[in-house]
Design a binder for this molecule. Structure first.
Ligand code: HEM
Length: 372
């Protein structure tokens, strides 16, 4: 329930052991003035440092201000512990258009994502100039944080879309148990973990030789709102479900193995000569061995946003993946999955975003300071 340090070499909320709840918001910048944008980022940083420490924002907070003015803090987190709140910011490709004079600073790795086979993207749930990922073990704390950032941003930014997530679908530390996604499978077994420090340098954090300078120590975030056809999945046999994923549903072990963390044996064959881990299974297609060594730090959440009016739950996975270079990681992996993954019969991607998340904030500086 305690606080997670806001300041540090890397932004909190990436390798931080995944919290239980998510409120993710993508903002459009509505001001055209560069100075307004900088002022906003300064105000947001100050508020984020207070909220992640479990404090009200502003000088007077929620209830100690003058009677005549709206309170500086909206108040619904008063009395709640910080619940490991982290706030992580990222800048989308559209921020680097002509408005703020940032075009020359756009990182080459911050590409516009290509169209993937089967994409069914809703523009109103995609893109965004700025994203803020709020994660906390208490949903009210996460919602309070996004609400107050949106309120501070009034007249300068507007929420483009936001997403609540209620159950983590990955672990980012070996100390965490692997949770389950809405297909009922353990998700996050073969994830990058904070203990893999060498791998984090190779796969996650932008290195000095990658540039640009303002991104060194940061990472790129790809977000995908993935709708799951859970009603169809729920009528699929257990054996078929396990074949699609390539792992057992109970243990999470790779097919043909006994324990969750056993290495996957892609060469093992059944008595009929077919591979135990099928060629078109999700874990085979997503595995670094078949993706030139590329890995991702996955940090997604389950969502159920009511129903779709057709008797089906509007449910799925809000996929969040951090990486050093999406051109070598998310894009080729997703291209391969989009082409051949049998899971595609049960999912479709309906929202998408890509964001450059700079390095951590040092005391006295602000989110993205080196960009300006
Ligand atoms: C592994 C589910 C989408 C990349 C897994 C595993 C499950 C799973 C159950 C096995 C456990 C684990 O190692 O974490 C899903 C579901 C998805 C989805 C239900 C969509 C609703 C994606 C997407 C990507 C991706 C879009 C990337 C483009 C990976 C990777 C692994 C993995 C890299 C680890 C493979 C390995 O090294 O063994 N996923 N996944 N997944 N998934 Fe997904």
């Amino acid at each position: 329930t305690g606080p997670v340090e806001f300041h540090g070499p890397h932004q909190a909320g990436i390798i931080t052991p995944v919290q239980d709840r998510l409120h993710f918001a993508a903002f459009d910048v509505t001001t055209t003035k560069r100075d307004d944008l900088i002022a906003l980022l300064k105000e947001w940083t100050a508020a984020a440092a207070l909220m992640t420490a479990g404090r009200d924002i502003g000088q007077y907070g929620a209830v100690n201000g003058p009677d005549e003015a709206p309170p500086e803090d909206t108040g619904e987190a008063v009395g709640l512990p910080p619940a490991r709140l982290t706030l992580t910011i990222g800048f989308g490709p559209s921020l680097f258009d002509k408005r703020f004079g940032l075009a020359a600073k756009r990182p080459k790795a911050l590409v516009d994502l290509p169209h993937f086979i089967g994409d069914d993207l809703d523009p109103n749930r995609s893109g965004g100039d700025i994203a803020v990922q709020a994660c906390s073990d208490d949903p009210q704390v996460a919602v309070h944080a996004i609400r107050n950032l949106a309120r501070i941003g009034f007249g300068r930014v507007a929420v483009r879309y936001s997403q609540l997530g209620f159950g983590r679908t990955s672990s980012t530390s070996k100390a965490q148990a692997t949770p389950r996604n809405l297909f009922g499978f353990k998700d996050g077994t073969n994830n990058l973990k904070l203990e893999d420090t060498d791998k984090l340098e190779q796969q996650l954090w932008v290195q000095p030789e990658d540039g640009p300078d303002w991104m060194v120590g940061g990472a790129y975030l790809v977000s995908r709102r993935i709708r799951m056809n859970i009603e169809i999945w729920d009528r699929t046999s257990l054996g078929e479900q396990e074949t699609i994923i390539g792992r057992g549903k109970g243990t999470g072990a790779p097919l043909g193995k006994a324990d969750e963390f056993d290495a996957i044996d892609f060469a093992a064959k059944n008595s009929d000569g077919e591979p135990k881990v099928p060629m078109d299974s999700h874990v085979r297609l997503a595995h670094p061995q078949f993706n030139k060594g590329a890995e991702l730090l996955r940090r997604g959440y389950n969502f159920v946003d009511g129903s779709d009016g057709l008797g089906r739950l509007d449910a799925g996975l809000f996929f969040l993946a951090y990486q050093r270079d999406p051109r070598k990681q998310f894009i080729p992996i997703q291209n391969q999955l989009a082409r051949t993954d049998t899971m595609n019969e049960y999912i479709h991607h309906v929202g998408s975003g890509i964001f450059a998340c700079p390095a951590g904030v040092t005391p006295g500086s602000y989110w993205g300071e080196k960009l300006f």
